[in-house]
Structures are given as C-alpha cells and as structure tokens.
Design a protein around this ligand. Structure first.
Ligand SMILES: Cc1ncc(COP(=O)(O)O)c(C=O)c1O
Length: 645
C-alpha cells in the first residue's frame, strides 16, 4: 500500500494491489486509472473493455443483474496459449510428435461454448472429449463437416453409447471410444462388426501413481475408471484374437483435476510413458498418448500448492509432459507419439465473469453510524448509570495512541450495561444508547487503524466484529456451487469505485433463504472482503471471476432461483465491444415447470379463486383483472430481484 493511500487518498493501483488482480487475473483483468474494472480478452498490454459499461449497456437492453458475461475472445486466447505452450516445449526438447487438445465438454457444455471451442480450435486441429452418451449425442451433431478432429469418448458406456460412437465413426468422425471397463471392449467389437467399421480404440490405464489435488481419487489403483495392467493384457489378447490389435491407437490416464503440485504430474506421466512403450512392444500401433485433464487454475493467485492454486505455470506443465514422455520414449527406443491433453478448467475458467448488484447491507456499521450527537442532558440525568457514562467517555476519547485503551473501556462498559439491563435496572432506550456508543467507538477506532503500519494484536478482532453482511442479487447454489460444496475460493471484487478507498469489510450473502448461501472465504484467506459503503439509490456491483469451468452445469435451483442471463461479449475489429449472443435466464414459469408445476394449470386455479372473491364482494372485477395480469407478468419474469418498475 502506498504512503498516500495510508495517509488518506486512494488510487486504482491500491485497489489492484488490495484485490490481488495481477496475481489471479493473468493479464485478462486490470483496473483502469478511473477506478473501473477492465477486461482484456487478449491478455496483458491490450486495451480493455470497461465492465461497468457492459453492465450498463445490458441494462439498457432490459438485461438486469445477475449477469454471466462470457468473453469469447478470452476462450480463443486460452486455446492459443495452450497450443503455444506445447509448441514451445516440443521445439525446445526436439520432440518428434505433435500436440492436440481434446476439450472435455463437461467443464462447460453450454452449446455456444462448445461451438466456440470447436470453431476456435480449427486451426490447431483441437478436438473434443465426452464423458456420457448425451454429451456424445450433442458432439456427434455439432462436429459435422469434413473434420478429422479427435472425439475422445470417456465415462461409463452402455450398448447405446458405444453404438453411437461406432456410427459416428461410420459417418467419418475420428472418434475414439476409451475402454475403461473390460466389458466395453466386447460391445465395441460387436458394433464394429455389425456396422462394418474398423474403429480406433483407446484404453484408460489405472496408474499406480497417486493423483493430485482435490480430485486425486481420479487416478491411482482405487480410481473409478481404467483397466488394471492384467486387464490390459487380456484386452490385447482379445484384440489379437479378432485380428484387431491395429485398432488400439490411444492410451489414456487422468491424474485428477486442478493438479496443484507439479511433482505429482511427473510420476503419472512417467508411468504412462512406460505403459505406452510396453504396448508398442506388444504390437499395438499406439499413435496417441492422452494425459487427461488436470492443468490447474490459480484461483487465489498465490502460486502455491494450496488447493485453490498451483505451483507451476502453463508453460511448465507443457514442458513437463513433453520432456517426460520424450525421455521415456528415447530410453525405450519407441516413436514419439502425438500428445493429447484433455485440459478443461484451464481453457474455460477465465472466459466467464458473474456480475451482481448489492441489494443492501446489515451490520453494526450500517446500523450505527460512527458520528452521532450524544444527548446533552446525559451528565445531569440521575437515571444514567456509570457504564453509560464510561461509554460516552470512551467514545469521545478516541485518538491515536489511545485506541486499545478506548476499545477495552468501551467493551467492558457495554458488558456492564448489558448486565444492568438483564437485571431490570436499565431502560431499553439506555440500552440502545449503550449499543450506539459501543459500535460508534469501535468504528472510530477502526478508522484510525488505517493510518497505522501495524494493527495492535488486541484490535485484530475488530475487523470481524465490525464486518457487515452485504446482500447480493445472486444464488451461490446456482452460480457458484463449488464455493458452497467444496469450499472453492473465487476472486471477487467491485467493478467500479476502485479509485475510492473501500471502507467496509463484508461477508457476501446471496438471495436464497439459506444460511449456507453466502461467501465468507476470499482469495486472501480472510473471511471478509473490502467493499465500499453503499450509496442510497446508487447501484453497487461486484463480480466473481474465473467461473467459466464446472459452475454452470453443477448449479442448482435452490429456492427456485434459475439460470442467470448469459451474454457473449466480443471485441469488435474496429475497436470496442459488441454483444454476440444473449441467452436469457430462466423465467419463474420455467423453473416452476422443472418442478412439475404447470403454469397453464396454476393460472386457472387462481382465476377461479378471483371469481369467488368477486362473488363474495371481497374484490372488484377490475381488481381481479389487475391481479391476474400481474401474476401472468411475474410468471414470465426473471427469477432474481429486479429494480422497482
Ligand atoms: C477424464 C477427464 N478428462 C478431463 C477432465 C478435465 O479436467 P480439468 O478440467 O482439470 O482439465 C476430467 C475432469 O475431471 C476428466 O475426468
């Protein structure tokens, strides 16, 4: 923090520092000198899109927060940097194979995202990965045309899933069903014979190397998927018996998502390399070594082994994979295969930003202002007990050098005042005054702490005690399920007023009626986030970043808050931005429908009730017409809170 900001003034650079934007933003996000959040889809150095301007522009088009804004150009940029990282590593180590990515659509399987990945990946020949039959059905149709790009099929497979894969191969797709369970191979052989297809087959290995990170169970001998070595040997026998060993062209592993420690990757890739070399020795013409997903995202920007971070860069990851595989191949005298990675999170997370407005706040700072007139007659009044007099003294005495003393005095006097109240010796009005004096003292002390280099230990709890709850117009369960379910942290910060010092610390509560529906863990490890004081009748917007991976499909309908509006924003060639695609969020009618309420039946029920009310003289016909029109309009409205009409 700069000298100036300690002294009182505050700049955008201070905000950038406070929220750690350079650490987690990877150049895609920055703060403008005017205190606005900028999105830079092509990474650092580029001119940015003013996020508040986008939000206001969407407001003019009747799209109100919460808004999930996807920056398609960031997705394109992520594909490019992934390709460049592997390209660089391949050149550096003289690797003789190439690199391909297969985007796992479960990470964000919204149609516009999958279409964009496929479109932007054309120049690199990137493909897609599916993990279920419905995902395959979507991808089969979306990947039409003459493309030879890989479609990797993982997950549990029934007869229909495998037949769909074989039919896609018949249609000309380069599709690779991965055998994850011994029974799947028989189904592949059955359908290949039936549809006269010579398939390309892959096998997933149950590695002995442990996975890494929160999802380390995806690898290792206890993992749900993959074949043990003895099962792979049986698979080779069966394929040879059918004169089909040439079909086995891919070997696969998945060391777990969000690998936070690069050392764990080394073990997995080394082991996979040796399995590859053995399969080649046994006569399988393996072309592809698929290293699965796992490339992490540094959500908290700490660049450490914490579960929300990673202790390596994208370039290091690529170098590690290329170097390890290359050296095992050289050692074993086998060709360098094409490397495939199923990187999902690292491609998809950065593109999406969730923006919401703050509806209001509650807490001591909101309720008890730090300056207020102390009643003048207090000293003469006989009903005023000593603890109240002590509180007045502490409140008026707050000054540098006496902060700890004033806080201690106020805390003790408030406790004594409460005791008196509970024994029936003090009125409710005086208790109210005691509260006001106590919180006012705390707020004054806290404000003076901002000028200090170090906060005295005794005053450290003040931040917590004085924290506010900011009520925010979104649902944690719908938009940030991982924050609720697994304690994942996401970067959050205001998108404007960043040239103003944030004076409050807050926990962020969502609009669901659930005490779990809040965010009280932030990227800096604190339980509160620094926010600005709310200005009456003026919007205040916060945004959550890096939410493009996994959050959308995992979100649920708690309290019937549905999908938010989703807007695809793109850079315009001639400068500025434009809206490429808008997907309006769920209406109340739609979310009710998901729960088997048929709006077409709800309305007649209400209409009948209205007729009874008219007959019994409780309402006029005009009033019931107004009620029914209102009901109809609300059924077609957004499920989140909207500004007064
Ligand atoms: C088989 C497979 N491939 C790829 C991925 C994507 O992983 P990530 O998003 O960590 O890159 C997953 C996710 O767990 C997976 O199960």
């Amino acid at each position: 923090m700069s000298e100036d900001s300690r002294a009182g003034s505050w700049s955008s650079a201070d905000s950038a520092d406070l929220y750690g934007i350079d650490a987690w933003g990877r150049g895609y996000f920055a703060v403008s000198p005017h205190g606005r959040l900028l999105v830079r889809p092509n990474g650092a150095g580029e001119e940015g899109i003013d996020l508040l301007e986008v939000v206001e522009g969407l407001g003019e088009r009747d799209l109100s927060p919460p808004l999930l804004i996807r920056f398609s150009d960031i997705l394109a940029h992520r594909l490019r940097v992934l390709r460049e990282a592997f390209g660089g590593a391949i050149a550096e180590y003289g690797y003789r194979g190439q690199y391909l990515a297969a985007y796992p659509i479960k990470v964000n399987q919204q149609r516009p995202v999958v279409e964009e990945v496929f479109r932007y990946g054309t120049e690199y020949d990137f493909g897609l990965e599916v993990g279920s039959k419905p995902e395959l059905l979507a991808v089969m149709a979306l990947t039409g045309g003459p493309s030879e790009r890989l479609i990797v099929c993982n997950g549990f497979k029934d007869d229909g899933y495998i037949e769909a894969a074989i039919l896609a191969a018949r249609l000309g797709r380069r599709i690779v069903p991965i055998v994850e369970d011994p029974g799947e191979l028989r189904l592949i052989l059955k359908h290949a014979r039936r549809h006269d297809v010579r398939p390309t087959i892959g096998v997933r290995v149950k590695l002995a190397s442990q996975g890494a990170g929160r999802w380390k169970g995806s690898a290792g001998e206890k993992s749900k998927f993959g074949l043990f070595v003895s099962e792979i040997l049986q698979m080779i026998e069966l394929l040879s018996a059918h004169d089909m060993l040439d079909a086995l062209q891919l070997v696969h592993c998945h060391p777990g998502s969000q690998i936070h420690d690069i050392d764990r990757l080394k073990d997995a890739i080394g082991e996979l390399g040796h399995v590859y070399a053995e399969l080649v020795r046994l006569g399988a013409p393996i072309q592809y070594v698929d290293v699965g997903g796992g490339l992490g995202v540094d959500y908290d920007g700490s660049r450490t082994r914490s579960e929300s971070s990673m202790n390596y860069t994208l370039e290091e990851y690529a170098r590690e994979v290329v170097y390890r595989l290359g050296s095992v191949c050289d050692e074993r005298g086998v060709p360098h295969p094409t490397i495939v990675s199923e990187s999902g999170r690292a491609l998809s997370a950065y593109q999406s930003v969730l923006v919401f407005n703050v509806l209001g706040s509650a807490g001591p700072r909101t309720t008890y202002p730090q300056t207020f007139p102390v009643p003048e007659d207090l000293s003469e009044r006989e009903d005023v007990p000593q603890p109240i007099r002590d509180l007045v003294y502490a409140y008026e005495a707050v000054e540098d050098g006496r902060l700890v003393e004033c806080y201690h005095d106020a805390a003790r006097a408030r406790e004594e005042a409460l005791n008196l109240f509970n024994l029936g010796y003090m009125s409710l009005e005086l208790r109210g005054l005691a509260e006001q004096l106590f919180w006012g003292t705390c707020a004054r002390v806290q404000d003076r702490l901002r000028g200090l280099d170090e906060v005295p230990e005794e005053l450290e709890p003040l931040e917590d005690i004085l924290s506010e709850t900011y009520f925010c117009n979104f649902s944690v369960f719908q938009s940030l399920p991982d924050a609720w379910a697994i304690g994942q942290v996401f970067p959050i910060m205001p998108i404007h007023r960043l040239d103003e010092r944030p004076t409050h610390q807050a926990v962020l509560a969502d609009v669901t009626c659930d005490s779990d529906g809040q965010i009280s863990r932030f990227v800096d490890g604190r339980a509160t986030i620094d926010v600005h004081e709310l200005i009456p009748h003026s919007d205040y917007y916060l945004a959550v970043f890096l939410v493009g991976a996994y959050q959308e499909a995992l979100g649920d309908l708690h309290n019937l808050f549905g999908d938010t509006h989703v807007i695809h924003v793109r850079l315009h060639e001639e400068g500025g931005w434009w809206i490429d695609e808008t997907v309006e969020g769920d209406t109340a009618r739609e979310v009710l429908g998901y729960m088997q309420y048929d709006a077409e039946r709800l309305q007649p029920l209400l209409a009948r009730d209205c007729e009874v009310a008219v007959r019994e003289g409780r309402m006029t016909v005009a009033e019931t017409r107004m009620l029914l029109r209102f009901y109809q309009a609300e059924l077609n409205g957004y499920t989140y809170l909207e500004a007064d009409s």
